[in-house]
Design a protein around this ligand. Sequence first.
Ligand SMILES: [Zn+2]
Ligand SMILES: [Zn+2]
Length: 129
Amino acid sequence: MTAAVVPNYISEFCRRCGRSLRASSSVTRGYGPTCVSYLHEAREAADLTDFHPWQADKASELIETCGLVPTSHPEVFRSVSSDGSRAYLSTAEGCTCKAGQYRVPCYHRAGVAMMRATRRLRRARRPVR
Ligand SMILES: [Zn+2]
Ligand SMILES: [Zn+2]
């Protein structure tokens, strides 16, 4: 067995659809293979015009490291800071992080926009073009 980098959050269930994960690579990632492909598509599908490209990068990273966790409210996500010490509540319109308090678009919100876009992808499962 090779020593793998263990992320802060290990989930046996997909963070997006809640199905149980079989492959250890999926468990490490926190998403099943289908949902991972959705996440990649989401970046294209989401309206990220308010955000800088680096924020979109950070948002992808946040999602892929399971740093954006759904809450019981469908529009609210918990964003975990990169060192895991802090968590913010984020929606597509607002965030409790420092930038969010000044109403500056932050990458947490970009992440929520991307997560919401994955839901649209699920509903409209046909090619755009
Ligand atoms: Zn899934
Ligand atoms: Zn934020």
